[in-house]
Design a protein around this ligand. Structure first.
Ligand SMILES: [Zn+2]
Ligand SMILES: [Zn+2]
Length: 263
């Protein structure tokens, strides 16, 4: 951007220098120009090679160190005495050098611009692709979240169903447990009362406690034992076989403990 056609400054052609030229400049026959630093550095060695285009600069006038703002005295004298066609030839060659430099700078600017444009487009492309893939990922994640929510709702529904059923089962179980307990208790009471009969004098305390509860009642065991009625059943149990029967039919517990104490 440093130079356009109207600009009156050339830039150093040394790669990556591009310094604005002032004071003295090094001008080459291959139409390149360098700042005083790069010109004196590059052209002090022999053979001299142009750092911009690698041309060999071996001629006596191939490299000229020029004062860019010459004095009035110099300008008054440098072309004086030359024929007009030679003056015009020199000025036209000098103008050609200038226009080449300007053209070269414009080419450089256009190249930089197009390279930047290409990079920009590439970056835009990459960004667009990234955006698209993120968008896809996001959509996939949203879908996953939606389906997970559905699964969770389904689980919640199933859970409430199952807990409902569990509560129902629990109620039924409690009912059955109550029924079972009362049946077992009835069974024990009847059984204990019968067992105590033959040895009523042996343990007075427990026999009294049991006798109070051991009212004859029907239970599944009694029914299973026979339809003959309580009287006949109890008389049956008075025999020696009764002990064996109750050991078999009572729940497996420590028989030595009085099992009615908790009631
Ligand atoms: Zn330079
Ligand atoms: Zn050159």
């Amino acid at each position: 951007m440093a130079m356009s056609l109207g600009d009156d400054t050339l830039l150093c052609n040394y790669p990556k220098c591009r310094a604005k030229l002032s004071g003295f400049a090094w001008v080459t026959a291959c139409s390149h120009v360098f700042c005083d630093q790069h010109g004196s550095g590059e052209f002090s060695r022999s053979p001299a090679i142009c750092p911009a285009c690698s041309s060999a600069l071996s001629g006596k006038l191939d490299i000229v160190r020029t004062e860019l703002s010459p004095s009035e005295e110099y300008k008054a004298m440098v072309l004086a005495g030359l024929r007009p066609d030679i003056v015009l030839d020199i000025t036209s060659r000098a103008l050609a050098f200038w226009s080449y430099q300007v053209h070269q700078e414009r080419m450089y600017q256009e190249y930089s611009l197009s390279r930047a444009d290409t990079q920009l487009k590439q970056m835009e492309k990459v960004l667009t692709q990234q955006n698209q893939s993120r968008e896809l990922e996001l959509t996939a994640m949203r879908g996953e979240i939606t389906s997970l929510k559905k699964v969770m709702e389904e689980y919640k529904r199933k859970y409430s169903e199952v807990s409902e059923r569990l509560m129902e089962r629990n109620r039924q179980y409690q009912k059955l447990q109550g029924l079972y307990d009362s049946l077992r208790l009835r069974n024990m009471v009847v059984g204990a009362g019968d067992r105590e009969m033959p040895q009523a004098h042996g343990n007075p305390n427990s026999s009294i406690a049991m006798a109070q509860q051991a009212t004859p009642q029907r239970s599944p065991h009694f029914l299973a034992a026979g339809p003959a009625g309580d009287g006949r059943f109890f008389s049956c149990l008075e025999s020696e076989g009764a002990k064996a029967f109750f050991q078999f039919s009572s729940p497996a517990r420590d028989n030595s403990r009085p099992f009615l104490t908790k009631h």
